[in-house]
Design a protein around this ligand. Structure first.
Ligand code: OAD
Length: 252
């Protein structure tokens, strides 16, 4: 039996499946990852760009960087992995997608299906939040970061808006991480796709499934801290392996 056949068998026998994705699932869509070759944290210092302190110090610089990331991601479309995951979630109630990604590509692949909508642990590049009143709004417009005065402002209170993203040193939304913990704790399978599994609490979700006797299946191009405890590791690009893993058992 091949590792792919073994992984398919585990998924076929599972009642509840939770999928945890990271930047690697979007790599073949052209979205840069964080820690690999050419990764964002290789070329930029997270503490200058992705912390609340950085935003207080220089909101224009932070918005310039997020404006650039929004432009890059706006040109990307979901790949075969996003599509296969969304198809499975659309037809199976007990198949849920939890993502660390802020690129919104799982949501695009889910189109209008609430069932296939992902839980976005770290927020979304295309949602803004007012630093004064907390009001959130979806926005795909161009960010003008030429000066402090041109940065996005809240329509309700005129407060400065920030990307609605969980930065280093910030806590995840309790309701969102709470739901992810509940899903992972009840899952028979945690399918982990394209994450280096070093950022907590997301990286701990697979352990919750494993500790209840469920299986972890990992799809990645390389080893991660989770590989040793995974029931099956599938080595290769997500856009190839995920559709191969799901298509026979999750027909549309
Ligand atoms: P990383 O950049 O840390 O890891 C990406 C993972 O994807 C690595 O393990 C790669 O080996 C793997 N990978 C790359 N290309 C792949 C492909 N084509 N197919 C399958 N796997 C591939 O990204 P994350 O683990 O998502 O936080 O990073 C976690 C968090 O750290 C992010 O959400 C972000 C970052 O700081 C916030 O923005 C809050």
């Amino acid at each position: 039996m091949t590792v792919m056949e073994r992984a398919r068998g585990i998924i076929r026998d599972a009642g509840h499946v939770v999928v945890l994705t990271g930047a690697g699932v979007s790599a073949e869509s052209g979205v840069p990852t964080f820690r690999g070759t050419g990764g964002l944290w290789k070329e930029h210092r997270a503490e200058d760009l992705a912390t609340p302190e950085a935003f207080v110090r220089d909101p224009r610089l932070v918005w310039e960087w997020y404006g650039w990331r929004r432009r890059v991601v706006s040109q990307c479309v979901p790949n075969a992995a996003h599509v296969a995951l969304a198809s499975a979630a659309r037809v199976h109630d007990d198949f849920r997608i939890v993502t660390q990604n802020v690129d919104g590509l799982h949501s695009v692949a889910a189109a209008d299906s609430p069932r296939a909508a992902p839980l976005e642990l770290h927020g979304c590049l295309f949602r803004l939040r007012c630093t004064r009143c907390g009001k959130r709004r979806d926005d795909r417009g161009v960010i003008d970061a030429t000066s402090r005065a041109t940065l996005p402002a809240c329509a309700a209170c005129e407060g400065l808006e920030r990307p609605d993203i969980v930065w280093f040193g910030e806590a995840l939304e309790p309701a969102v991480i709470g739901e992810a913990v509940a899903l992972a704790s009840a899952a028979d399978v945690c399918l982990v796709v394209g994450t280096s599994a070093v950022v907590h609490p997301a990286a701990g979700l697979a352990d919750l499934t494993r500790r209840r006797g469920g299986h972890v299946i990992e799809v990645n191009i390389t080893d991660t801290p989770l590989s040793g405890t995974a029931a099956v590791t599938l080595r290769g690009p997500a856009a190839v392996l995920v559709p191969e893993l799901l298509s026979p058992d999750f027909p549309e």
